[in-house]
Design a protein around this ligand. Sequence first.
Ligand SMILES: *[C@@H]1O[C@H](CO)[C@@H](O)[C@H](O)[C@H]1NC(C)=O
Ligand SMILES: [Zn+2]
Length: 385
Amino acid sequence: MKSLLSTLLLLVTVLSVNARPVVPLTEIKAKSAQGLRLLSLAEDAAPVWKTESEVLELIRGGTNFFDVTDTYEIEQKLVANAANAKVAADAAIAAFPTPSNTAAVKAILATMTTSNMQTNLNALTAFNNRYYTSTTGVQASTWILNKVKEIASTYGRSDIEASLFTHSWAQSSIIARIPGSDPSLPRVLLGAHMDSINLSNPSSGRAPGADDDGTGTVNLIEAYRALLQSGFKPKNTVEFQWYSAEEVGLRGSQAIATSYKNSGVQIKAHYQIDMTGYYKPGTAEVMALAPDYIDSSLNEFMKLLITAYARIPWAMDKACGYACSDHASFYKVGYPTTYPFEAVTGNDNPYIHSASDTSSVSGFSWTHSLEFAKIAAAFAYELAI
Ligand SMILES: *[C@@H]1O[C@H](CO)[C@@H](O)[C@H](O)[C@H]1NC(C)=O
Ligand SMILES: [Zn+2]
């Protein structure tokens, strides 16, 4: 019933998008050549053109949006195909099991350490910033690629495919693919954004991005490492993804999600983490589940997973809103996604997007962050084995 309802809602959304005036490709080419960006600011509104400085003003003011300049054309094509089987097929796939591989999963989780994550975070925060156009942002992307290749080689996994997913801007996203034994099965994805931003001086200001989203980035590296150490050979293909350019309108994740959808890649589930290392001192330690722009049955699965494998409980967060993080890019094209967050909104990290987003602030906790890495590994195992 639930998935039927969400299918219908998705179709209604898709159809209402379709009813809007279409921005012609010639206009997109001409205006983007002038440096303008096409932004989608709300679900039912037509996208609008903004200058780069207007885009930065929106980010500074805390407005979330999709920058759809590069993906608009492909999305229009998806919309045209959407009143159809593809959307229904993804909803039909979205039946999630009860976690049942307890002994095997717990053995993997026991090998995961906060010190590996701290070491990797130290390397990532040593880059002046990881902004999507900066040299150090590009270097950080290469660093992650080399790290996941090195881990695959350490555990003798020549079957792992690790590569850059390049974009129309300098910094690439990174994908590490663990091929499943049955390629006809839908893939299981885990993602976090690897870019960072200093709001007052994006291109050259200091932006360690320790919590946002260095934590999600190193959580996924550690989950991937622990799975490979255990000899993990899934039935479903599992992909770890690190997104470029989240901070400027979810650009890397949209490029990947629309590209996958356009090539007919089937996705069983997507786990998205963006900030996992902080909770306000004195408040209850939880894993907060976003209630919106996610798949409700996948959230039910997450509740079971957290209860089975985490040290701390789940809690439902307030609505995160439109275009709030990279899960929204997958949701938008009809892929089931979930977004566990470090704290309920209000108890989350106040130091982000600045030089002060470091792992030494009061409230930052590695043992807290570890829970999100553990649930990432458990998610991959329970859904793909
Ligand atoms: C941005 O970077 C500059 C220079 O590194 C730094 O002085 C400033 O505090 C940073 N801005 C914020 C909001 O942290
Ligand atoms: Zn973030």
